[in-house]
Ligand binder design. Sequence first.
Ligand code: T6T
Length: 313
Amino acid sequence: VLAAGCGGGTIGQGAGGDPAAPPENKNLVLMPGVKAEPFYISMQCGAQEEAANLGYQLTTQAPDRFEAALQTPIVTGVLATRPAGVLIAPTDDVAMANPMSQLKDAGIKVVEVDTRLQDESIALSTVSSDNEQGGVLAARTVAELVGGQGEVLVLNTKAGTSTTDARARGFEQEIANHPGITYLGQEYTENEPAVAAQKVSATLAAHPDLAAVFATNLNSGEGAATGLRNAGKTEQVRLVGFDASPNQVEDLRTGEVSALIAQDPATIGRQGVQQVVAAIEGRPVEREIETDLVAITQADMESKAQYFYRTEC
Ligand code: T6T
């Protein structure tokens, strides 16, 4: 199999090659979990900037929905173009192992950004927030907002999403330390805002005294806010959401959201590029890199505007 983009020169580069000789293939591909979504757009901005700094070209390819069945053919297509390295947010912690291992077997350097596989032998590095700790932080924030009393729901996205599973796990562990809180368990939204809104309505019908909702990501948070608005319950129910999209930030400003746990996706993108380039150039790579999380409330939102996500670079 010939490597595309290696016209006339040496094919091998990076680890195992001559570290003094610059690699000829300087193409990187970023594969976010879903297209046109502020978390991943912000990640792309950071990644593009860092790739340009380091003299690499970075393109982005993402599925229309956060779904392994849609991301798999994208990975297969990228494989055929033989980039030197990829940054990928696997949409399922098991189903994406097979397509990603094909990248690795082809000698392409693989770095995970945001989400990860259960199989730790495929990616060289994983750059993400401490999602479990983020769930703990969300639980403490919820407990404080409701004065340690009342019924609480978690809106998760899709089982098999490593990040949101970890957030829900951290939340469940911490909320158990608050005996006045009745934990209603978690509902899955399939990462669709409309499903999130509908799960909130259904929960309110069964639990009219619902005190709080923790939404484990952007789409479930935006959908939960819609569900509360539709039911006229934004004053009664405290909503804490992961991420900081423009809609989420606007809902925080109006008080319909009580707190946001923002990530630092631009830094995830930048660090991901640094790691994949280190691998390509035969330098040491860090297996795990953790980026910041910050809780934002209406009271401190003006001083934390640098954490708001972007919709363009
Ligand atoms: O919360 C982020 C990301 O961390 C998660 O893995 C999937 O959902 C988001 O992209 C937000 O929609």
